[in-house]
Design a protein around this ligand. Structure first.
Ligand code: PEP
Ligand code: MN
Length: 282
């Protein structure tokens, strides 16, 4: 028996389906989570929500609390960002995924979001994993950028063993020796390994994974081919003006193209793209 007992397929042979509101993550349809790296203003978020909804994507992802390497970088809008996410959630009928960075914020963020994200830098914060598990919301668990696959699965185990079984894993790239052309190495092998080792859905984030907007759609398609159950894509109405991760956000004007490309690849894999009301036929 693996040390990640409850995460393992040995323990639970059938695929787990995580529900973000009505949207299934981990079944046949592929779940698209799309939105800005950070919530920056009402105008920016409303424009993004319009584009996300118009492209037919059911889940908006945006950060109110941003884990930044430098304390001088934009840290997110915090409470105001949560309020804005709540507003567009109601106005546009989208489901919302957003990050929790601190144990003391768990309840507040859980009150505004349909799914809670644990960021790459927080994957090792075990007290935070336990606190977030107890909030009873689905969780998107990003892989630490220097974490082994086993460490990532053991982080999931911290959540599962507290009785919260709604965990989706997220591969977002790992740090390696070559950062000349890409920010990270998007480890698509980890998608297959995680799917064989565990029963949990696996999401891929080609935005943090490459750090380059021009590589996002190609690697999104590669992720679907590798068996991903969903994609996390950063999109902004005006990426050049974005307050964080400017180089990797695709313009919202490209979301229709993203949808077409993702649908083509989904169809090749015998899958569809998830919508708010079940699976859209492609
Ligand atoms: C993000 O999703 O914007 C983010 C900061 O991701 P990560 O935790 O993977 O670096
Ligand atoms: Mn980002």
């Amino acid at each position: 028996m693996r040390e990640y007992r409850e995460a393992s397929r040995e323990f639970h042979p059938d695929n787990t389906v995580v529900y973000v509101g009505p949207v299934p993550v981990g079944g046949q349809p592929i779940a698209m989570m799309v939105g800005p790296c950070a919530v920056e203003s009402r105008e920016q978020l409303v424009a993004t929500a319009h584009a996300v909804r118009d492209a037919g994507f059911p889940i908006l992802r945006g950060g109110a609390y941003k884990p930044r390497t430098s304390p001088y970088s934009f840290q997110g809008m915090h409470d105001q960002g949560l309020e804005l996410l709540d507003e567009v959630r109601r106005e546009f009928g989208l489901r919302v995924v957003t990050e929790v960075m601190s144990e003391s914020d768990v309840d507040k963020v859980a009150a505004h979001a349909d799914m809670l994200q644990i960021g790459s830098r927080s994957m090792h914060c075990q007290r935070l994993l336990e606190a977030i598990a107890d909030a009873g919301k689905p969780i998107l668990l990003k892989r630490g950028f220097h974490a082994t696959i086993a460490e990532w699965l053991l982080a999931a185990e911290y959540i599962l063993r507290r009785g919260n079984r709604q965990v989706a894993l997220c591969e977002r790239g790992i740090r390696s020796f070559d950062d000349e052309f890409t920010r990270n190495v998007l480890d698509l092998t980890a998608v297959q390994v995680a799917k064989r080792e565990t029963h949990l859905p696996v999401i891929v984030d080609p935005s943090q994974g490459t750090g380059r907007a021009d590589l996002v759609i190609p690697m999104a398609k590669a992720a679907i081919a590798a068996g991903a159950d969903g994609l996390l894509i950063e999109a902004h109405p005006n990426p050049a003006a974005a307050l964080s991760d400017s180089a990797q956000q695709i313009p919202t004007s490209e979301l229709a193209h993203l949808r077409t490309e993702a649908e083509l690849m989904a169809r090749a894999m015998g899958r569809t793209l998830a919508s708010g009301s079940g699976a859209l036929l492609v």
